[in-house]
Design a protein around this ligand. Structure first.
Ligand code: SAM
Ligand code: SF4
Length: 327
């Protein structure tokens, strides 16, 4: 079992399979000139499977596949099948922009994927284009509807951004009125790949909650599952739920059970902190499983208590891209 230095059980890996993406969401990546990882620096699927196999044998029972856009990586279905076939098979969840996954729905069903997070920041087509810088609104909607029809547990994630998509918050929340989906609003984080920490957060989770309450009336607070990052509510009469994620305010760090592996092998014990170790280098140095696990445990022995302390360990301003880090 993996336990960090604060006695928290670590059982959830967020695995970024690529830093590449077919969209250019302005809060995540600059429009051009992105220093993508060179091919030989990216973990092969075999290397990822070895790490996942080690971690799942140590109790990691949930793996979220993310990126960049996971479905941009060639042969992702092969990797997902192998992951699902590990001896201690993890629950596999996926975070995606839903532009490319339509043809993969049968595979996702067949390997038992139940929960998919779809990023959608605007219901208005023009605003969607301005945020993502790509014209794929219809495809995202068609795929989203297909996922719902196939019975996946869908969480829609919307980053709340001043002057960009505030008009979309109520219409997005409305999507859960008749559909059993969870619409979640995230605080914007400073990981846009260029600017470094920006000014104070304008749309905090409290402001988001006040905004929704002013429109819908008091929302029923739902019990939070253990290790949850979202505060969950039900709006009166709604079939689905509404969530708010204090991703910048970081109120959920106390119960953190997460680790992250970027496509280049950087292993982070906190999104806000520097990489603790590069597992690609350790793997390619020919270490045994035992040594690799020791190194992972050493990293956990240094895990910061929360994202604010982890941030202090970064020598430079936070200006990485979420696509590099693995969202
Ligand atoms: N491409 C996939 C997608 O968009 O869902 C997976 C990777 S993306 C980096 C994962 C999540 O991170 C998305 O929900 C995205 O909205 C979120 N994200 C990216 N940059 C962010 C930022 N600066 N602040 C808050 N959330 C961000
Ligand atoms: Fe791509 Fe996701 Fe980043 Fe948007 S948020 S640019 S879809 S990785």
């Amino acid at each position: 079992m993996l336990i960090d230095q604060h006695n928290r059980i670590v059982n959830y890996l967020r695995l970024s399979v690529t830093d590449k993406c077919n969209l250019r969401c302005f809060y995540c990546m600059p429009e051009e000139g992105i220093p993508f990882y060179k091919k030989d620096k990216v973990l092969s699927y075999e290397e990822m499977l070895r790490i996942c196999s080690l971690l799942t044998a140590e109790g990691v029972n949930k793996i979220r596949i993310t990126g960049g856009e996971p479905f941009v990586r060639k042969d992702l279905p092969y990797f997902l099948k192998e992951l699902a076939a590990l001896k201690a098979a993890p629950e596999i969840n996926i975070t995606t922009n839903a532009t490319l996954l339509g043809p993969h729905i049968p595979l996702l069903k067949s390997i038992g994927v139940k929960s998919i997070n779809v990023s959608l920041d605007a219901l208005d087509e023009q605003r969607f284009f301005e945020i993502t810088r790509r014209n794929v609104y219809r495809t995202v909607f068609d795929n989203l509807n297909a996922l719902i029809e196939h019975g996946f547990d869908i969480k829609l994630n919307c980053v709340v951004m001043k002057d960009r998509n505030i008009e979309d918050l109520i219409p997005l929340a409305e999507l859960s009125r008749h559909k059993n989906i969870s619409v979640r609003f995230l605080e914007e984080m400073p990981f846009d790949g260029q600017s470094g920490v920006r000014g104070a957060l304008d749309w905090s989770y409290l402001k988001i909650k006040d905004y929704l309450t002013a429109h819908f009336g008091a929302m029923e607070k739902l019990p939070a599952p253990p290790n949850s990052t979202s505060q969950n509510f039900r709006i009166k009469g709604f079939k689905g739920t509404t969530g708010i994620i204090p991703s910048f305010s970081r109120t959920f760090c106390g119960s953190c059970n997460r680790i992250r592996l970027s496509a280049n092998g950087d292993f982070r014990t906190c999104l806000y902190g520097p990489a603790a170790i590069n597992l690609r280098d350790e793997l390619r140095a020919g270490h045994s499983d035992l040594i690799l696990l020791e190194k992972i445990q050493q990293a956990l022995n240094q895990k910061a208590a929360n994202g604010f302390l982890a941030e202090q360990e970064n020598k430079e301003l936070l200006k990485d891209s979420m696509a590099h880090l693995g969202g």
